[in-house]
Design a protein around this ligand. Structure first.
Ligand code: ATP
Length: 372
């Protein structure tokens, strides 16, 4: 059963189209990250789901019921912001219990639920402290407890850990994941940190200019980016503008067989998919720089056309600046007009010369693989 359905949501502010035709389904107990550069519309989508912003068009359904015009407090959603805005004159217990008091619940129930929420975020025993007596990370946990205590069906988190240092952020990220698993809460988490999104999410929605470019599992987003933007935004990628002519894509000084009509196209190769082979005769690139990360070598290369490539190789390989190499991508993707091209392996019937060059290419690749 789908917990949350966002249908064709748009929002304009004056002449700014902050969100354009966004649709997204989030399942019960799922954690979806909205990821994208600054200004891509992530917060506006989240605020519309929470009821803090009115959509210009589109609708929002929770458990099948249309809540587009329902006020935030009646939506079964909770929201945690980057700035936690705790009430400094109240202690931690009162901060967390506040929402329950507004609902006029009994004393005992308020105490039990507040203590449970504090326990969930690892703050048992901190109830009597003032926010000023807590660290930044602890304050953010109080903000989290303040939302959790209301037992929302959907928890919306807008860069909740952005102001914390890397170490603390990672720890809290783990804790959120654990709470999400334990309590089975559906969560939507806004971030512009791709590591955070890939580590945390069941699915990642990548936003750009108010639109969702791709929604998929983190591994799919990484391995099969559907647009050139996603390819360049997630992880490291060699992205090179090129041209297809007679079944060959030339980009950045290398040529690869493709079964694609003539015209401009962009070549995308992950550094870990770029095999290097020492060249005695013909060569593609010269090694510029080598960084040893222990687990792998990062090798920067330059082709004769001046294009730069990054490759990631095993630390047992020996590469030094000035060496000449052949570059053989194990896997590559081609984009045209910003969208991924389906590149089936050419068949004998359809294109004999393309298939022949593909087979030659695969064979060279196998040879270089065997050398590793
Ligand atoms: N209340 C508002 N009035 C006018 N423009 C707004 C308003 N809120 C957002 N915008 C604009 O809408 C666009 C999307 O903003 P939004 O905050 O949703 O992006 P974001 O992806 O969350 O960015 P960030 O990562 O920087 O928080 C931006 O161009 C922003 O300037």
């Amino acid at each position: 059963m789908t917990k949350l359905e966002v249908k064709n949501l748009s929002r304009t502010f004056g002449s700014t189209r902050a969100v354009e035709d966004v649709s997204l389904n989030v399942d019960e107990g799922e954690l979806v990250c909205l990821l994208g550069p600054s200004g891509s519309g992530k917060s506006t989508v989240l605020r519309m789901i929470g009821g803090f912003e009115r959509p210009s068009t589109g609708s929002i359904l929770i458990d099948g019921a249309d809540v587009t015009n329902v006020p935030p407090e009646r939506r079964a959603t909770g929201m945690v912001f980057q700035s936690h805005a705790l009430w400094t004159h109240m202690n931690v217990f009162a901060n967390v219990a506040f929402g329950l008091k507004l609902r006029r619940l009994g004393r005992e129930e308020i105490r039990t639920r507040t203590e449970r929420a504090l326990n969930m975020v690892g703050l048992t025993g901190y109830g009597n402290r003032r926010p000023s007596q807590l660290s930044g990370g602890q304050q953010q946990r109080v903000a989290l407890a303040r939302s959790l205590v209301l037992e929302p069906k959907i928890l919306l988190l807008d860069e909740p850990f952005a102001s914390l240092d890397q170490h603390l952020r990672e720890r809290l990220r783990e804790e959120v994941r654990e709470i999400q698993h334990r309590a089975g809460i559906t969560m939507i988490f806004v971030t512009h940190g791709q590591d955070e999104a890939l580590a945390l999410a069941d699915r990642v929605a990548i936003m750009r200019d108010g639109r969702i470019e791709q929604v998929d599992r983190p591994d799919v987003v990484y391995r099969q980016p559907q647009t050139e933007f996603v390819a360049g935004f997630i992880g490291q990628m060699n992205l090179l503008a090129g041209d297809v002519h007679a079944g060959s894509l030339r980009a950045g000084g290398i040529a690869l067989p493709v079964s694609l009509s003539d015209g401009p196209a962009t070549l995308a190769i992950r550094p870990e998919d770029l095999c290097l082979q020492r060249a005695n005769g013909e060569w593609d690139a010269t090694v510029l720089r080598v960084t040893d990360f222990g687990t792998h070598l990062a090798v920067e290369l330059r082709t004769e056309t001046g294009a730069q490539f990054k490759a990631m190789t095993s630390p047992s390989e020996e590469w030094v600046p000035g060496m000449r190499t052949k570059m053989l991508p194990r896997k590559f993707t081609v984009y045209r007009d910003g969208r991924v091209c389906d590149l089936p392996m050419p068949t004998l019937d359809s294109d004999k010369s393309a298939r022949a060059s593909y087979l030659t290419y695969s064979k060279t690749l196998q040879l270089s693989d065997n050398q590793h």
